[in-house]
Design a binder for this molecule. Structure first.
Ligand code: ADP
Ligand code: MG
Length: 638
């Protein structure tokens, strides 16, 4: 091949199958969000500029080392035809790279986009704006695209990539003497709106305002460029924070809280941290992994940094920028530096302080935080022993005295009765069942506050939280709790009921009947010293296996065995009194065993330990039938 032939060589290629599919969708539909193609081209330009910047840190032998690192967007009108040129002074592409990057490798954003569309989860028009569908989105607006590029290498030759967005593209030599890439877009007839500088400026402002390089539309710079996190907090507005957050995450909701952090000593750090309003992220969320965006000198060095904040604080989103980080840090060194540890400490302290302030000053807002991220804070207690003193004051629970509101451990301690030395809690499945728990009887009688631990994570928390500021925390299903004396009033009430109490022999017979009926499902059946309004309760045997474990297994859906407990019976309860009499008078009566079984299983439900409460329904039906028959007997006098 002669020199001349090589210089004019044109090669044609087929797009990779996935790209053809993507193009097919992009070319043949008209989308509201078409303007995102500019965002994509500018983002590619910005990447190319950053790579150029890095190259120049170590390599002086580049083409045009003095050229400004910038993006230019220009409108070219050529009679009827309207063109747009997006040009950067970035790293550029060789002929081979044009073929590789713009035709034969599928970008991850494009893949995901196609999957979503194929699964019918969303129509392309709705979600196109949410994805980095990349370079190919230009074909939403273009009849033809010509990419001309020259790399930074001094001896590089320019090449052009041309396609009409059908199933193929071609590459050929090109004339271009300056460094970087130019995208020449021949606009579709119906995309003439993009040939307006005013419109282009608007789009840049909306999607690319904080790109770290100047973006010129015509002669004027269109982006603010200074990143929001580098502005003094006093100059940034709530609206800017919100916009920034939504650009970063594509979350439709406003963040619950924004933290704008600026510090110069001991470290230089600027950060914008956000606590989202919701724990669940939508499928369209832009941040695919947890982690903070880490910048140094305004240049992105890590998209998802997970070393700055502990894992349990991973719900925090945002950007961190520090001039103390060397620009040319590699991923590994980012992880290991003392600097990162120091930075992390600063950030974590700031987040926890924010939460503490919110808890103190805005209980309603903190309640919303707790509902979404309380579990993360509980994880902090479990995973991070060092965090204990920081996170425990952030815990919130409902309680028997909190009037439907959340309460802190500190507030509980404030309210403790005279002579009360312990903090009490009850474990269960939900607020209603714990509020009616028989374990509460003696506490109600003494007006002692009990915390309601109804979150599935609370059984995990219990063994870690046995003490708070010198006070012991006690599970109230412990049969040996030493409670302060009950008040005089309640003692009198007890006397009034004396008449219904069964005689010793009847009661003992009933206890015996419980033992034979329940067999080895219980460790023991005995009289309760504390129950008042409930007929029975289940308590944990001394030294039995961790009582929280059964709940944990049930929550995890693992092989679950109902734990064996002690059944305590309230001899003063009318139901018990009547059953005891029945055992003496009509020991064969069907009702007795059914009632004992049901009392036991109801107690299991109450404890949140029943594997499947619907199994009780046939027995309940039987009991109802007996009750109906009995009352018919009464009314007809049979
Ligand atoms: P992504 O940006 O997610 O990698 P794109 O489809 O946007 O996917 O771009 C594909 C690739 O083409 C980029 O990864 C990059 O290698 C190359 N590329 C695109 N635009 C430019 C540009 N302006 N300068 C240099 N390389 C570019
Ligand atoms: Mg891209």
């Amino acid at each position: 091949m002669s020199q001349q032939a090589e210089k004019t060589q044109v090669d044609s290629y087929q797009f990779k199958a996935e790209i053809r599919q993507l193009l097919d969708i992009l070319v043949h539909s008209l989308y509201k969000e078409r303007d995102i193609f500019l965002r994509e081209l500018i983002s590619n330009a910005s990447d190319a500029l950053t790579r150029m910047h890095f190259e120049m840190l170590t390599n002086q032998a580049v083409h045009e080392p003095q050229a400004e690192l910038a993006v230019h967007v220009d409108v070219v009108e050529d009679g009827e035809v309207k063109r747009l040129v997006v040009k950067d002074s970035g790293i550029g592409m060789t002929r081979e790279e044009l073929v590789q990057n713009l035709g034969t490798i599928a970008q991850s954003g494009a893949r995901e986009f196609l999957d979503k569309v194929k699964e019918g989860e969303a129509s392309p028009g709705e979600i196109i704006g949410q994805f980095g569908v990349g370079f190919y989105s230009v074909f939403m607006a273009a009849d033809e695209v010509r990419v001309v590029s020259r790399t930074f290498r001094p001896d590089a030759e320019a090449a052009a990539w041309i396609s009409q967005g059908d199933d193929q593209f071609r590459v050929e030599p090109a004339d271009k003497s300056d460094r970087g890439t130019e995208i020449h877009i021949t606009l579709k007839k119906d995309a003439g709106e993009f040939a307006s500088e005013w419109k282009l400026r608007q789009i840049v402002k909306k999607h690319s305002d904080y790109v770290g390089y100047p973006i010129y539309v015509g002669q004027e710079q269109a982006n603010q460029q200074q990143s929001l996190w580098r502005k003094p907090a006093a100059e940034a507005t709530q609206d800017e924070y919100k916009q920034f957050y939504q650009q970063l995450t594509l979350d439709f909701e406003e963040p619950l809280t924004t933290i704008h952090l600026a510090s110069d000593a001991p470290l230089h750090v600027r950060a914008l941290l956000f606590i989202p309003a919701k724990r669940e992220k939508s499928v369209l969320h832009a941040r695919k992994e947890p982690g903070l965006k880490l910048y140094s000198h305004n240049i992105l060095i890590q998209e998802y940094n997970q070393d700055l904040l502990p894992r349990w604080l991973a719900f925090v989103d945002g950007v961190v920028d520090s001039e103390d980080l060397p620009l040319n840090v590699s991923r590994e060194t980012v992880q290991n530096t003392r600097l990162i540890r120091q930075l992390g400490k600063t950030l974590r302290g700031r987040v926890l302080r924010e939460l503490g302030d919110m808890a103190k000053n805005d209980a309603e807002k903190y309640g919303r935080f707790w509902a979404q991220f309380g579990r993360a804070i509980k994880e902090g207690l479990a995973m991070d022993p060092e965090a204990r003193d920081d996170v425990l004051p952030l815990f919130r629970f409902y309680s028997s005295h909190s009037d439907g509101k959340l309460t802190s451990l500190d507030a509980y301690v404030e309210r403790m009765a005279e002579g009360q030395t312990d903090v009490y809690y009850v474990l269960g499945d939900d607020l209603t069942s714990v509020a009616n728990s028989p374990h509460l009887d003696p506490f109600k009688a003494r007006n002692l506050e009990v915390l309601y631990w109804v979150d599935p994570l609370d059984p995990f928390v219990a063994p870690l939280l046995t003490e708070y500021k010198g006070q012991a925390l006690k599970n109230i299903d412990d049969p040996d709790l030493q409670l302060p004396e009950a008040g005089a009033e309640t003692a009198e009430e007890g006397k009034e009921e004396e008449t219904t109490v069964p005689v010793e022999a009847d009661f003992n017979r009933f206890i015996g009947r419980c033992v034979t009926t329940l067999g080895d499902r219980v460790v023991e059946v005995r009289e309760s010293k504390v129950l008042k309004n409930s007929p029975v309760r289940l308590v944990s045997p001394e030294g039995g296996p961790g009582r929280e474990m059964a709940r944990i297994y049930r929550f995890l859906d693992q092989e679950y065995q109902i734990p064996k407990k002690i059944l305590e019976v309230n001899r003063r309860h009318p139901l018990v009194a009547n059953l005891a009499r029945l055992v003496t008078e009509k020991p064969e009566n069907l009702l007795i065993n059914l009632a004992i079984e049901q009392l036991y299983e109801s107690a299991l439900v109450q404890e949140g330990l029943h594997p499947n409460p619907t199994l009780m329904l046939p027995r309940i039906q039987q009991l109802l039938e007996l009750a109906a028959a009995a009352s018919k007997g009464e009314t007809t006098g049979e």
